[in-house]
Design a protein around this ligand. Structure first.
Ligand code: GDP
Length: 464
């Protein structure tokens, strides 16, 4: 890697109280001290020092700043780092950045600060990825999970399994290399049982991903039902009870930002399902189809029924459509009014009898009084994230890249299992075991390919 000094504005674009320009690399301190007038030199490390950012020719003060200097290796990137905290005026920040460039720094690539922390061995890949997740978190729960991963929880989770695999590989390699010596040979049964132990453990890790994905990305809920049954009222209840999430993701189109509720730390997005009625014409038909595929793609469906009105044909038709899609929640809403839907309407008993995919749960609610809303939330979580109660924070993987690699590792182990059962020579068996080991290395970055790094760090913003 180059030892060029990089610079970027590390705070988000726009005006604010503060704006930070960050430098990292061998020349960071030198460049900063050339641009900022400081009371005394050298810059004290791990200390904030007041200084003046001055114009090049006239020496006139442009801004009063605070300079914080971190010397290698005790910094974010493990290189010399200087953070210059200015007032958050874009014109000042840009000018300071340009002056740093003129002094020999180069603009940082997206995620380059974090990438340097990785390349310099201060953090592993899972921790670098957690930085991004932390920055993007929308709920405190998401932040907590990301912070644990930043602390190395993913690697810690995988390490013991990798260790068992490594030991097995070492044993087999030793058997081959020192065939004449007295290295005890492990029998086939022992090999198979060790492989299966790792497989079982990694399968648990892989199974936690579905939950991890929902923690990271949130879940989508399609609320369906006839007009006026209380769909919007129920969703508003969910939004109000849990403070709505502030959406501040740059680049998101306004119309795509559906409102998001915070359901026990998991972002809950509402899929707009207005207009799943029978289509009148071609154009409407396309609209209905599109809505229906959005409903099918949701993590969970909530069918709302007005319990104060008789069950209708339309309800049955809707239920028939929803049943094959997977887990389904049925809210018998308006429970504050005298009930007309008998406890189990004809359609609902059907739902129980022969629902083959997922599960169906019933809940009585009143969007008006708030009755049953707590129960509704519990059931949404129970259906969408069944693993929630069994997996403690940090015990699951949230990242698709990690999930795929764990699966690749499992594929290697499956081959190894078969090879061992068929008493394939150790040399061949080892190939499968290495196929299982390599993906685990790729997760933490013990071995890595440049294109993997590209994928990971390109999704960062500049300055991170
Ligand atoms: P949507 O068309 O399914 O979205 O239904 P809305 O949420 O707009 O509600 C239709 C009407 O039913 C409104 O007048 C609501 O105030 C009323 N409503 C919704 N939920 C309840 C409830 O639980 N109890 C009572 N009594 N009225 C409700």
């Amino acid at each position: 890697m180059t030892d060029a000094t990089i610079v970027a504005i590390s705070t988000p674009p726009g005006r604010g109280g503060l704006g930070v320009v960050r430098l990292s690399g061998g020349q960071a301190i030198e460049i900063a001290t050339r641009l900022i007038k400081l009371p005394k030199l050298p810059l004290e490390t791990q200390h904030a020092t007041r200084g003046d950012f001055v114009e090049a020719e006239s020496g006139r003060v442009l801004d009063q700043v605070v300079v914080t200097c971190f010397r290698a290796p005790h910094s974010y990137t493990a290189e010399d780092v200087v953070e210059i905290s200015c007032h958050g005026a874009p014109i000042i920040l840009r000018n300071l950045e340009e002056r740093c460039l003129a002094e020999g720094a180069r603009p940082a690539e997206p995620g380059e600060f974090t990438m340097r922390a990785f390349l310099n061995g201060r953090i592993d890949l899972t921790q670098a990825e957690a930085v991004r997740d932390l920055i993007e978190s929308q709920t405190i729960y998401q932040a907590r999970v990301a912070a644990q991963q930043l602390n190395g929880s993913v690697s810690a989770r995988l390490k013991p399994h990798k260790q068992v695999l490594l030991e097995l590989i070492a044993r087999l390699e030793a058997g081959i290399d020192f065939a004449e010596d007295d290295v005890s040979v492990i029998d086939w049964q022992e090999i198979v049982s060790r492989i299966d132990r790792i497989r079982g453990d990694l399968e648990t890790v892989a199974a936690g991903y579905e939950y991890g994905r929902i923690v990271r990305e949130g879940l989508t809920l399609a609320i369906v039902g006839r007009p006026n049954v209380g769909k919007s009222s129920l969703f508003n209840r969910l939004l109000n009870e849990e403070r709505a999430i502030v959406t501040a993701i740059p680049g998101t189109t306004r119309d795509l930002v559906a409102e998001t509720a915070n359901l026990c730390g998991i972002p809950l997005r509402f899929v707009d399902t207005a207009g799943v009625r029978e289509a009148q014409d071609e154009v409407e038909k396309i609209g209905v189809e599109r809505t229906f595929s959005a409903i099918a793609d949701s993590d969970l469906r909530l069918m709302v029924v007005d319990a104060s009105e008789p069950w209708t044909e339309e309800d049955t038709a809707l239920l028939e459509k929803l049943r094959p899609l997977g887990s389904l929640l049925i809210a018998l809403n308006k429970s504050d009014l005298p009930p007309r839907v008998t406890d189990v309407a004809p359609g609902l008993s059907l739902a129980h009898a022969d629902l083959k995919v997922g599960a169906t749960m019933l809940v009585r609610t009143s969007a008006l009084t708030g009755e049953g809303i707590h129960d509704l939330k519990e059931k949404i979580l129970a259906l969408a994230v069944p693993a929630r109660d069994v997996l403690p924070e940090g015990e699951f993987i949230t990242n698709l890249r990690h999930q795929q690699l764990v699966k690749n590792s499992l594929a290697g182990l499956a081959k190894a299992h078969q090879a061992a059962e068929q008493h394939t020579p150790h040399e061949m068996l080892l190939l499968d075991l290495y196929d299982a080991l390599r993906p685990l290395d790729l997760i933490t970055g013990a071995t890595y390919a440049d294109d993997v790094l590209d994928i990971i760090f390109k999704t960062f913003c500049v300055g991170k």
